[in-house]
Design a protein around this ligand. Sequence first.
Ligand code: FUL
Length: 550
Amino acid sequence: MLLLNFCLLAPTFGQINSPQPVGPIPSVNQMRWQEMEFYAFVHLSVNTYTDMAWGFGDENPNIFNPQDLDCRQWAKVCKDAGMKGIIITAKHHSGFCLWPSKYTDYSVKNAPWKNGKGDIVKELADACKEYGLKFGVYLSPWDRNHPDYGKPAYITYFRNQLTELLTNYGDVFEVWFDGANGGTGYYGGANENRTIDRTTYYDWENTYKLVRQLQPEIVIWNDGGDRADLRWVGTESGYVGETNWSLLNATGDVPEDMLRHGLENGDSWVPGEVNTSIRPEWFYHAKEDAKVKKLPKLMDIYHHSIGRNGTLLLNFPIMPNGLIHEFDIQSINELAGALKVAFAKNLTKKAKVSTSSFRSKQSNFDGMKTIDGEKNTYWAQDDGVTTASLTLQLSKKQTFNRFLVQEFIQLGQRVKAFTVEAWVDGKWKLLAKETTIGYKRILRLPTVSSSKVRFSILDSKACPLISNIEVYNAPQILAPPQIMRTQSGEVLLKAADPESEIYYTLDGSQPKKGGLKYKGPIKTSDGRVKIKALAYDGQTGKVSDVGEEQ
Ligand code: FUL
């Protein structure tokens, strides 16, 4: 299947000497998933009504009443944000099912919502269809309600539920098997601690077979058992390592560092998915209304996931009334707007390309393939050539600060080290020296004005294959600077964008451009000074709102 795919993608004219795959390569399903880049999680269960992070499994279904529930609102929010799908917690650790499962009474069918006649999984699957989004399910292996949890009978129950979810709701792009497994719970009234052997209890091998049989196009996420299609990146705070190989070994332990960076010579293709929440926690808590992540943080997360060869699974906690909170919508809209502006004008569009070399001097592998807008063409080197450079002569002198590059990963991830330089004042100025690329790498560079950009591959596992290069000038994100105090009483100011200038006052008056400019820690003899500060973008002349110490 994969080889067939590769043959179809390879150019077919003339005497072709096409590169061969190197190391593990993505499956068709993994490739389709990788190209989605950005999609959402939604968390809703009985513990939404008890203000808890997890349900214990004894919560009365009577409390579950999302009376304004509107999955179309969720879908619209995600679609507007440029996301490509939504994964719902069909059953979280509480065991409460958001669909009327035939195999338990602990579900929406015994909740007051829609008099027990509702099905949230169906409503979301329908809304996703309407909005052109893909649909995915989270089914917690750990079930704190079920009397049989920990015994063999539970596995039959778990698979029955999986079968319902993967049969009755159309195409499912991803299934999520959470790694939190076993511990205290209600367990049908036993109220005890139950532990399981994570390596054997779920018999993942056969569970995966069932999943793939029911949904041949699905990808499986699992950090708790046998290696699945996707890997956790070892943190829920929204980043993967700068060096990020989409490889792991099929067996053996995966320490946190390896989750973060992958394994350069791993024997299987297991790319990283960055999962994080737009709020500190996964479920809705009113006390976190003031803690919704703001644009600068979300933009960092974007660059630290999608910009580092990962995908981004961003969670919206659903409120008890069944909707996404307006603050969350405001933040995600700001991110979507800022991304649109940042990536509006690709400066490589009319560039001329020259290269150190290209494969067998065949024009179908020349440097132009990096800017032709075709994802299946690529600039290639001869076998054994592991260094190369490509220079983009821009149509005129341009100001820029973003560099986006993609490998043709269908034939394996290869690049180990690369640099980006700009021609400034008659010489090459180094802007970045980095390691891996993978499906996509986006670099935030110091702003320069130049008519020439040079991309050099310094090391690669085999001849590098580069399918795409883009260059942009993103405006600074202007947010009120962070104001921090050290133990010795110094004041530190930090702008969201490292290139912003910061102006401040110490007497409570309004700061303005041209006033006191921040140059480093401010020594204050009086701990009571009232600091106000703003960020300023020298390129556009725009300023942020004024921030003050809380
Ligand atoms: C974790 C769970 O325990 C959290 O509640 C949440 O669902 C998160 C996505 O995964 O392991």
